[in-house]
Design a binder for this molecule. Structure first.
Ligand SMILES: Cc1cc2nc3c(=O)[nH]c(=O)nc-3n(C[C@H](O)[C@H](O)[C@H](O)COP(=O)(O)O)c2cc1C
Length: 225
């Protein structure tokens, strides 16, 4: 099917058939996710595929009782490796990126002055809150690729962002329990859930804002096209 049509048909699915999802299809979704672009190619993402009912119960509570999590055959917990944003990693990634783009090794002094010392280029210079925002931003691209691949192979998904974690600072004790159950290192922060399964509903598409109200040519309010 044409990509734009697949995107136009895409919708959140919150009810699932009681039918297991094949590992192969989940793998395809994860492969799509890992191809997403990211800030200086940090790729700060980890994906934990969860089918265990006890962990799903914990995630349901951490999401304010959203039952779709318990009922989904699969929940993919998407987490960010925060140390990807460290200055050391930023330097390493930029050196690699410049070499890949220019075909020549980059000068480290230049990289420090042009990138590492500048908050515009190095999110960690702007503090933890900005690093969280940037981490979430990178995960969003990966999730977008993942959920499109899921619908392409007949699976329904729903992104669940209402989730007690270090960014939302809700339910800290339950969050610590989750960290323990999943053996997550300190550096790995769970930020988003994606529920997944074969659809057991075909809801009406939710509206989007008018194309003409949000797309502009050169200046705000000059219509595109
Ligand atoms: C970052 C993000 C967080 C979301 N969080 C939730 C959530 O916690 N629970 C839920 O049922 N849907 C959640 N959604 C789904 C949105 O409600 C849904 O995408 C929106 O209403 C548009 O509907 P559609 O996806 O069917 O087009 C979330 C979507 C995004 C992108």
């Amino acid at each position: 099917m044409e990509l734009l049509k697949e995107i136009a048909d895409w919708k959140s699915i919150r009810k699932y058939l009681d039918k297991p999802v094949e590992d192969e299809k989940i793998t395809q979704c994860l492969q799509a996710a890992r191809r997403a672009p990211s800030w200086e190619n940090y790729q700060p993402w980890h994906f934990i595929v969860i089918a265990n009912p006890e962990i799903k119960s914990l995630l349901t509570e951490l999401s304010g009782g959203q039952k779709l999590i318990q009922k989904a055959p699969v929940v993919i917990l998407v987490a960010s490796e925060i140390s990807c944003f460290s200055e050391d990693n930023a330097r390493k990634q930029i050196l690699e990126l410049i070499e890949a783009i220019s075909g020549k090794p980059a000068n480290e002094d230049f990289v420090n002055k042009a990138f590492i010392d500048r908050p515009l280029m190095t999110p960690s210079k702007l503090g933890d809150e900005i690093v969280f925002a940037r981490a979430l931003e990178q995960l969003s691209y990966a999730i977008s690729f993942m959920i499109l691949q899921a619908s392409h192979v007949g699976l329904g998904t729903c992104v669940v962002g209402a989730f007690g974690n270090k960014a939302t600072k809700q339910m800290p004790e339950m969050y610590d329990k989750l960290i323990g159950e999943l053996n997550l290192p300190d550096d790995i922060l769970p930020l988003v859930l994606v529920t997944m399964g074969y659809p057991d509903e075909n809801p009406k598409s939710r509206p989007r804002k008018d194309f003409n109200k949000i797309c502009h040519r050169e200046k705000f309010s000059n219509p595109w096209p």
